[in-house]
Ligand binder design. Sequence first.
Ligand code: 5AD
Ligand code: SF4
Length: 469
Amino acid sequence: MAEREGNIVPEDEIARQETFMHSVRELDPGADRKYFIHTFGCQMNENDSEKLAGMLESMGYRRSGDPEECDLILFNTCCVREHAEQKVYGHLGRLKPLKARRPGLVIAICGCMMQQEEVVEHILEKYSHVDLIFGTHNIHRFPELLYRAVTGHSPVTDISSGDGLIAEGLPIRREHGVKAWLTIMYGCDNFCSYCIVPYVRGRERSRRMADIIDEARLLGRQGYREITLLGQNVNSYGLDMDDGSSFAALLRSLEEVDGIERIRFMTSHPKDLSEELILAMRDCSKVCEHLHLPVQAGSNRILAEMNRKYTREQYFGLVDRVRDKIPGISITTDIIVGFPGETDEDFEQTLDLVERVRFDYAYTFLYSRRTGTPAAKKAGQVSEEAKKKRFDELLKLQNGISAEINAKLAGTVAEILVEGPSKNNIRMMTGRTRTNKIVNFAGDPGLAGKLVDVRIERTGTWSLDGTLV
Ligand code: 5AD
Ligand code: SF4
């Protein structure tokens, strides 16, 4: 138990940061200060940004959609693929003239990219207009760092290594009003050979079950209807604690939380998806019939090279067991094409797996070489051209399957949790089925947050259209 407490930011440190929040607020009490946060990457980063926004609002900043008028611009970065990194550099470069015009503007950058030494060095050297740099492990120290950046000499950098502590009780400003992200664990111990996450997010650390349940209860009281539990590998939740906590037990406890109607989670590693968890999913009426189960590749040789610790046959067996226990469940996945050494035959195995499993949806990625990972050093890096060709072929196959699966839903009635007006057509409302399919329908904006029944009328590859019944 003593060890557990050692994982959590002590209360007096949180109190110290509250003092810094107060100090930032008092620097210029009457000022109308605005902030803009640009978030890259996964939902865990989005959830971190919500906490950073919460701290900023406690420090007297107001959110703005226009970076040009802001006093603080913060980039929360991702380094899973090179493309995300390049985008950050592009944005940073474009801010140089704005900073020259408005020297009081604070430009801050945080997140996974900042956990790589060479990236920080590059930014300090090439982007001298950046004022504040911090990593993923210490976001609770943001008030102190911001205070130092505003009052002292920039740039302020705080890149601690190690695994980072879990901070409870930070203020939060959530993006949505109906559904909420709820991070249940940090870090990853899996070391898939292509992936940078274990190096930048540290070892797996689970939040205490009581803290998670308290947060869910608060969300229920605040009117949120859906929670999505987040972690790099939620199936191993609790394994780092010896108090009997497990993901299955957590789901069963969250099922009892008043106000919350739907529970989702991501991401699940196939090697850790236990029978106990499948049964909990089956038994808990609030746990939605959707499983995101990244397969990454269809060839056993590539799966072994990726250090995924399962075979395609084991994956098929898992999908069968899940579909047997939870009929109608939708299964989505992540797939990487062009892993080093992937041959045409290996890729054929991926296509074959996709045809056999028939995923509802697949997030497909071109392999991106990440310095520091074992795969980056492997011989047989696949050319960009070959990767792109495989990517297009895979996408075409998957899009056809998604469209066919969705077409079968025409004429059925589905329960939708209404999220609000559709972004593409403000006269339409949008929501999701329990199986996580987007449904647009004509309806009153007052329906946001309600569960309604919709008859599906038109179906496409990525969304469905229907009418209220
Ligand atoms: N290149 C391409 N895709 C990657 N992913 C993780 N690392 C890489 C990489 N180096 C993908 C995996 C993972 C998803 C979040 O990102 O498919 O499941
Ligand atoms: Fe990366 Fe693998 Fe961990 Fe997912 S499970 S974050 S792919 S190392």
